[in-house]
Ligand binder design. Structure first.
Ligand code: UTP
Length: 298
């Protein structure tokens, strides 16, 4: 099996659900406790063994590039003032040259189109996709869990998608997998299809895609068609479905951990509460404060 070395992180969406916060700032730079949402996905990818991150960016996203670059003035000032902890925190956002590649999606034509924009950097090797909106609170990085399942497969050329069980009425917000059969481990299944944002009555299951994928590079061939799907966008889901129909083995896997959809206001606020409670510095004070707040509501 060829190792998964590259991960695509699409960050070119407009983030309309967070306006006006996202008028002059990328939604990926909104913070969950003390770090931008995007940093959670970057840390997950690197700690899972990914060597190269490919960011698909768009207009108004330069703050992301600056965040993962050296900040000489800031670093020099922190060093001169002996603020070692703060300096370490800042230095942890710098990576060796070449770790991050930036590709521009000129128009937000959809997630599938964003991934397709990275095709020349991806080349012909299998790759991971992380949607930074989704962050996961758990003991093991979600992508590392997927990679473990992937490495256990008999042959190359498969797609593997992290899934989450959702209430049936929520299917219209996600890509949903059609289950062919469950594997013995009870957490992995073979899919026979995938549909983007189905109405509950048409949903093939309640196993929704969440933002972690390992994809065979052949999926890029289906994206070459540039076909519009749900919402008039070029959907990654449709390309994966076409590759399943053409015989590519595609699996869904239930990862451990609690997932937060930071692309929605509710998920974002909830993520801040959950990660805040887990934080060794602010967690102990936050818990009684939240309890008191809840008791005094209404
Ligand atoms: P979303 O569906 O959440 O869209 O994209 P969005 O534009 O980011 O946010 P809203 O709905 O307007 O609030 C899912 C992921 O796909 C990326 C987004 O950046 C996000 O990571 N994306 C989406 C692109 O990179 N390009 C696109 O054309 C669309």
């Amino acid at each position: 099996m060829r190792p998964i070395r590259k991960a695509v992180l699409p960050v070119a969406g407009m983030g309309t659900r967070f306006l006006p916060a996202t008028k002059a700032m990328p939604k990926e730079m909104l913070t969950v406790v003390d770090r931008p949402v995007i940093q959670h996905a970057v840390q997950e990818a690197l700690s899972s063994g990914i060597e190269q991150l490919i960011f698909v960016t768009g207009r108004g996203k330069t703050a992301i590039e600056d965040h993962f670059d050296h900040a000489f003035e800031l670093e020099a000032t922190l060093a001169a003032r002996g603020k070692k902890d703060a300096l370490q925190t800042v230095e942890a956002t710098n990576f060796p040259p070449g770790t991050i590649a930036y590709v521009r999606q000129q128009e937000p034509l959809g997630l599938g189109h964003a991934v397709w924009c990275a095709r020349h950097v991806i080349g012909d090797e299998p790759f991971a996709v992380l949607l930074p909106d989704d962050i996961i609170l758990g003991d093991r990085p979600c992508l590392a869990q997927l990679l473990e399942v992937y490495e256990g497969l008999q042959s190359e050329g498969a797609n593997l998608i992290a899934v989450d069980e959702v209430e049936l009425e929520m299917t219209r917000k996600f890509g949903v997998l059609d289950i062919d059969h469950w594997h013995e481990d009870g957490t992995t299944f073979t899919a026979r299809g995938i549909v983007e944002k189905p109405e509950p009555a048409q949903a093939p299951s309640n196993m929704a895609v969440f933002g972690r994928y390992i994809l065979d590079s052949s999926v890029l061939r289906y994206l070459d068609r540039q076909e519009q799907g749900a919402g008039g966008e070029i959907q990654l889901t449709d390309a994966i479905d076409a590759s399943i129909k053409a015989g590519t083995q595609t699996l869904g896997h239930l990862c451990e951990g609690r997932r937060f959809d930071c692309g929605s206001k509710e998920g974002f606020v909830l993520a801040n509460v959950a990660f805040g409670l887990r934080d060794s510095l602010i967690g102990p004070g936050l818990k009684p404060a939240i309890k008191a707040l809840l008791e005094n509501l209404d």
